[in-house]
Design a protein around this ligand. Structure first.
Ligand SMILES: [Fe+2]
Ligand SMILES: [Fe+2]
Length: 274
């Protein structure tokens, strides 16, 4: 339950929480992050309702949660922002999210809760003030969500990549940064092939990301990827990865014949007698 300090100096710190959801296999492991600069805080991808109580308590030990300025959501999935109603109640923070999702997020809250508390970010992104520093909202659309941002912290040189770079593992394993990519790829591959939209988008993203000095690439599920070598290997890997629409063709769009068993939920192929 102790957060990991990804970075700290006199004025600036980055914390990562990896194990606020039970490892019972029901809900996917997820990380939440707090960046604080000169006493002003931003919570990155706060998570769903499963994480709220634990995160609020754990965070309060490090930073007065009521003083949070920003809730940053890379996209609008339930594991990112389903807890929005409770964060808006418990803090004075505003939600920062893609303009694509701005008018959808009020569905997560009680009526009127989001009034004047949502900043809809245009596709080009921007630099958001945080204390005496800023967080960069980098375009990451279609990785995997249609309106998607990554967050770059120029002080710690950490790039928070949401669902890109994700590896599937438990909360304890997610605490240990990966410094050699090769052995890590099997934990990432299946997810990226299905959840990322296309190789074109990956290549465009890599071209942008290579211009940044990145010390650590930190996804919303699984372990951080640390050091120039592993990060370069990650760029090289995703740049050549076929995924999403690259892999779907007419065979994936046939009228279904398999039956879903109401008791077990399992799909049973229907045997055709010739
Ligand atoms: Fe997602
Ligand atoms: Fe996610």
């Amino acid at each position: 339950m102790t957060p990991i300090e990804l970075f700290r100096n006199e004025h600036h710190s980055c914390l990562m929480f990896t194990d606020l959801i039970d490892d019972d296999g029901q809900a996917v492991q997820a990380n939440q992050f707090v960046v604080v600069d000169n006493g002003v805080g931003a919570l990155i991808d706060p998570g769903g309702n499963l994480a709220f109580n634990e995160l609020f308590l754990a965070l309060s030990r490090w930073f007065p949660a009521r003083e949070l300025r920003w809730l940053l959501a890379s996209h609008a999935d339930p594991d990112i922002i389903a807890s929005l109603d409770r964060w808006l109640t418990s803090t004075k923070a505003s939600l920062v999210i893609s303009r694509v999702w701005e008018r959808f997020v009020p569905h997560f809250t009680k009526v009127g809760k989001t009034d004047d508390r949502v900043i809809g970010v245009p596709d080009a992104g921007g630099r958001l003030p945080l204390g005496k520093s800023e967080l960069w909202l980098l375009p990451a659309h279609f990785l995997h969500s249609e309106g998607n941002f990554h967050f770059y912290d120029p002080v710690s040189k950490i790039l928070f990549t949401g669902d890109l770079g994700v590896s599937l593992m438990g909360g304890a394993e997610a605490r240990i940064p990966v410094t050699q990519l090769a052995g890590h790829i099997p934990k990432m591959e299946g997810f990226h092939r299905r959840y990322m939209v296309s190789n074109k988008i990956l290549r465009l993203w890599v071209r942008m990301a290579r211009q940044l000095e990145v010390r650590m690439l930190v996804p919303q599920h699984g372990a951080p990827i640390e050091g120039r070598r592993a990060i370069t290997d990650f760029y090289d890997w995703v740049e050549t990865l076929m995924c999403g629409v690259d892999l779907f063709d007419d065979r994936a769009y046939q009228l279904p014949t398999a039956r879903i068993d109401a008791q077990t939920g399992r799909t049973q192929p229907v045997l055709r007698v010739a």
